[in-house]
Design a binder for this molecule. Structure first.
Ligand SMILES: Cc1cc2nc3c(=O)[nH]c(=O)nc-3n(C[C@H](O)[C@H](O)[C@H](O)COP(=O)(O)O)c2cc1C
Length: 274
């Protein structure tokens, strides 16, 4: 179904930081997705049990490799546990402030338990493919959850820093072997005073290729994007353009916050990558 909405050009333009960008085909779901932004400041209002159940139902509705559903989610509301988890995840204060912290877990242990109960082998889980499968399933479920919670008026931010110290994180949550926290999601009612907006994304020319990959064409729009993102940053009290941030983030192991040891940690958690 194609709907038209006079507000769409403006929203799509904001998404790309480009007032000239407009959409002719759209839908209520797309309208909703165009408004996404991460929320890092929350009101103390709790997330209700019904809201949590709705969000998990949306997560469960994501596609999943071979219907394995190789993910679990741990809902943490205990302030002291959130504090300990925050300490393990680069001391990001919004983890404590958010009424709900969801930890999304790539879970191959359910399969291991099935195999054990049925006396069957589970040798395929020794391969990187199975760990990737778990991570992919987990990411698809979690992003469905984000779209759902935003539709309920809630906000959230992903927390990749849960992978900084994966074994201590697993210990705090009582995770079984053959499972690992892939990311957290701090969830709550957005604090309206937070200084944040819809962050412009790369232009479609940078991400959308036709038939074959064309690096030259894709990169031609990057200088203009740098300017757009720098303008967004300036408007919200931040600094830097996209290029310098990407290069700093990917410069070396020091920027990985301990995640350079992730492969060994996964191996120790029973998720080897042959
Ligand atoms: C897997 C993943 C991990 C992330 N980890 C963090 C994090 O640890 N701390 C944080 O403040 N934001 C984190 N983010 C949020 C990103 O910084 C944010 O999505 C990105 O800058 C785009 O901004 P937007 O979501 O507001 O559009 C993470 C996002 C993803 C997808």
């Amino acid at each position: 179904m194609t709907l038209t909405d006079s507000t769409t050009p403006a929203r799509a333009g904001v998404r790309y930081g480009d007032p000239d960008f407009a959409l002719q085909a759209t839908s209520p779901v797309i309208e909703h997705q165009l408004r996404h932004r991460s929320v890092r400041a929350f009101l103390p209002t709790p997330v209700t049990e019904e809201e949590l159940r709705a969000v998990v139902a949306a997560a469960s509705s994501a596609s999943t490799s071979s219907n394995l559903q190789a993910w679990s989610v741990v809902a943490v509301t205990d302030p002291e546990r959130k504090r300990r988890l925050s300490d393990l995840a680069a001391r990001q204060e919004f983890i404590v402030e958010a009424p709900l912290f969801l930890v999304w877990v790539a879970d191959l242990d359910r399969g291991h338990r099935l195999a054990q109960r049925n006396g069957e082998p589970l040798d395929a889980t020794a391969y990187l493919e199975s760990t990737l499968l778990g991570v992919i399933d987990t990411a698809l479920a979690a992003q469905n959850a984000v779209v759902a919670l935003e539709s309920l008026g809630l906000g959230s931010v992903f927390v990749g820093a849960v992978r900084n110290r994966p074994e201590e994180f697993a210990g705090e949550l009582g995770l079984p072997p053959h499972s690992v926290a892939v990311f957290g999601l701090a969830v709550g009612h957005p604090d309206p005073t937070e200084d944040a907006g819809v962050k412009p994304r790369l232009p479609q020319t940078a991400v959308l290729h036709r038939e074959t990959y064309d690096a030259g064409k894709a990169d031609a729009g990057l200088p203009a994007y740098d300017e757009r993102l720098a303008a967004y940053h300036r408007a919200h009290g931040l600094t830097g353009a996209w290029t310098e941030r990407v290069l700093a983030r990917l410069a070396g192991a020091a920027a990985l916050g301990g995640r350079d040891g992730l492969r060994d940690a996964l191996e120790r958690r029973g998720l080897p990558s042959r």
